[in-house]
Design a protein around this ligand. Structure first.
Ligand SMILES: NC(=O)c1ccc[n+]([C@@H]2O[C@H](COP(=O)([O-])OP(=O)(O)OC[C@H]3O[C@@H](n4cnc5c(N)ncnc54)[C@H](OP(=O)(O)O)[C@@H]3O)[C@@H](O)[C@H]2O)c1
Length: 337
């Protein structure tokens, strides 16, 4: 075992895309657990668009990361030392361990994960936070009915790829919006979406008219901005818009662009509802079982893209999300796990 714990700390609040000087790489001794605690050797760290928001000052659904603090991140790892009766050496756990190699935890609310049932990165994706977001955002907020037309933006990403597949499993007509031909082909050919729209090449509004002639019943929005505005022009009566995220706006230096076409909510008697995955924590275990069942019977494909390089690679790896370089869930490998 190494005696140092390499950490990535927030050095400055970014303007626009985070840059190298917004981070500080620090080496500390590996922490030892107190009574009722354990030490985790982290194997994989989750890379999430939301991290950009956590770097900003000001109130949100969660406290900002303080300057000088270890960057907040979901992660999985193995217990290597324990003074906790519920966690033994060799157990694998998921938790908000931060961008570092080792973490100490009291285990409160942390799920154990089983690497013999699914690869560890899957517990950060489809069986983790992004899968839960897709599941509850689509089913609880979007409330799709069989035969509905469901449109998902950011469709080739971690949340979007799962949300679209759940819509297909629920017998909806499923249309994905993603950047690039290869991603669109993956959506239709492998994930069995009914149609995919390449927003970098196509006019999204016209393409929605073609692929959703009866209008959109559920729009699951991961990106905001112009794509949200285009979707607003094609709503079916009683449509539900799930506001899951707005990645197109996270690095703006000119202020968030809100939807201009919101009056179509009135015309369509539609609703637009924000959701935060943490509100569904009490139901994560049940959702995880259902998602795992769909993976096992082949109805849902889970894809993770694992970046190598350890925690020092974190600042560059995070930027891949904003450049659209990932397909499926983006994860950073830390240890050998
Ligand atoms: N509400 C919640 O509780 C909750 C929880 C988790 C995640 N989220 C949100 O869900 C969304 C997806 O997160 P994720 O983890 O699944 O990330 P992701 O979709 O795996 O990765 C981000 C993707 O966003 C797309 N993108 C980047 N810049 C864009 C732009 N300017 N316009 C349109 N698309 C752009 C890229 O795909 P393309 O190549 O297609 O552009 C990129 O691959 C994010 O908005 C995130 O904040 C919300």
């Amino acid at each position: 075992m190494s005696s140092t714990n390499t950490q990535v700390r927030l050095a400055a609040r970014p303007s626009g895309l985070p840059k190298a000087s917004d981070w500080e790489i620090v080496e500390e001794p590996v922490p030892t657990p107190g009574e009722g605690e354990f030490t985790v050797r982290i194997s994989h760290i989750s890379l999430d668009p939301a991290m950009r928001g956590w770097m900003n000052a000001g109130a949100s659904y969660i406290e900002p990361v303080e300057i000088g603090a270890v960057m907040r991140a979901g992660a999985v790892g193995e217990v290597i030392e324990s003074r906790h009766p519920g966690f033994a050496v060799g157990d694998h756990v998921a938790g908000a361990f931060g961008v570092q190699e080792y973490a100490v935890s009291d285990g409160a609310g942390l799920p154990k994960v089983d690497p013999s049932l699914a690869p560890l990165p899957t517990y950060l994706g489809t069986l983790g936070m992004t899968g839960m977001t897709a599941y509850f955002g689509l089913l609880d907020v979007g409330k799709p009915q069989a035969g509905d037309t469901v449109v998902v933006s950011g469709a080739a990403g971690a949340v979007g790829s799962v949300a679209g597949q759940i819509a297909r499993i629920k017998s909806c007509r499923t249309i994905g919006i993603a950047g690039g031909e290869e991603k669109c082909r993956w959506l239709t050919d492998e994930l069995r979406f009914d149609a995919a729209i390449d927003y970098k090449r196509e006019d999204v509004r016209l393409a929605l008219r073609e692929h959703a002639p009866e209008g959109i019943d559920v729009y699951f929005d991961n990106v905001g901005g112009e794509i949200l505005d285009a979707a607003l022009t094609r709503l079916a009566r009683g449509a539900r818009i799930v506001i899951c995220g707005a990645i197109s706006q996270y690095n703006t230096t000119e202020g968030f662009k809100g939807p201009a076409n919101y009056m179509s909510l009135l015309v369509a008697r539609a609703s637009m509802t924000g959701m935060v995955v943490f509100d569904y924590a009490a139901r994560f275990a049940d959702a995880g079982r259902e998602l795992a069942g769909w993976i096992a019977d082949g109805s849902l494909i889970s894809r993770e893209e694992v970046v190598e390089g350890g925690v020092r690679a974190f600042p560059d790896a995070l930027l891949k999300l904003f450049a659209g370089e990932n397909v499926g869930k983006l994860v950073l490998r830390v240890g050998a796990g």
